[in-house]
Design a protein around this ligand. Structure first.
Ligand code: CDP
Ligand code: CDP
Length: 224
């Protein structure tokens, strides 16, 4: 497959981006880059040190000292900040509720995007996020905008919680997802948006393997 080819997968929370991106990367022997994990890592550390998350200048100062690493292991991707394993810590409800605010700051995004472009510079990468096709990699050969109804996305998250024994409430999850989507798609700088040349896949009624297969087929087609 084309040496420089990258695959961009954007879309709202719970659409299946990271699940599918992992499978696509594995099948094509590409590198999977979870850009959301990078914003979550900064949010986690900023909250721990008690920063005011409204203040972009404080966040950017902190970020400059943070080495965020995505390490690929058998069990999945592990996330490290200055060698500290934060894989579980960045998925808590608290971090999830604050990550959209942290990622709305332009200076924070510019620094993150710079790091993401470096990670993808050799091609052979699958990146999932909100602004990959529109801003991070506007020249990506394959751009996917993955969606699903908010009802279905909330159902998936609810089931995930049930599976992990986390106490949760479906209506609450649905409200939180809708709120985060709104913040992500209305921010001034690089909002969540379908790129004009992205292929939209509505996964509401599709299985994970079906979505992965659609993307792999498209990647093979574009590589010819
Ligand atoms: O997996 P989930 O949909 O919960 O979210 P995520 O991909 O881990 O992303 C968490 C948050 O990071 C999003 O709600 C966005 O606010 C932000 N994000 C972003 O702004 N740009 C990206 N490229 C990726 C994530
Ligand atoms: O990364 P994003 O927030 O877009 O979603 P995810 O964390 O990859 O997926 C959310 C949940 O939906 C996971 O538990 C998946 O197993 C499930 N799911 C899916 O991703 N795609 C489907 N077609 C059906 C279910």
């Amino acid at each position: 497959m084309n040496k420089k080819m990258n695959i961009a997968i954007d879309g709202p929370a719970g659409a299946g981006k990271s699940t599918v991106a992992k499978i696509v990367a594995e099948k094509l022997s590409y590198l999977y880059i979870d850009t959301g994990a990078m914003y979550r890592a900064l949010t986690f550390v900023a909250m721990r040190v008690g920063l005011n998350l409204e203040e972009g200048s404080q966040l950017i100062e902190l970020l400059k000292d943070l080495r965020i690493q995505l390490q690929h292991e058998e069990s999945g991707v592990r996330v490290f900040v200055n060698n500290e394993d934060v894989t579980a810590a960045i998925r808590t409800k608290n971090v999830t509720s604050n990550v959209s605010l942290v990622s709305s700051h332009e200076a924070v995004r510019i620094e993150m995007v710079d790091r993401q472009r470096k990670l993808a510079e050799n091609g052979h990468a699958v990146l999932d996020g909100r602004d990959i096709g529109t801003y991070v990699l506007p020249d990506a050969k394959v751009k996917i905008f993955l969606t699903a109804s908010v009802e279905e996305r909330a159902r998936r998250r609810y089931e995930e919680h049930q599976g992990k024994g986390i106490l949760s409430n479906f209506d609450q999850i649905k409200k939180e997802i809708a709120h985060r989507d709104k913040l992500d798609s209305t921010r001034a700088f690089a909002p969540l948006k379908k790129a004009d040349d992205a292929v939209e896949i509505d996964s509401t009624a599709l299985t994970i393997p079906e979505v992965a297969e659609l993307i792999i087929e498209l990647a093979k087609e574009r590589a010819r």
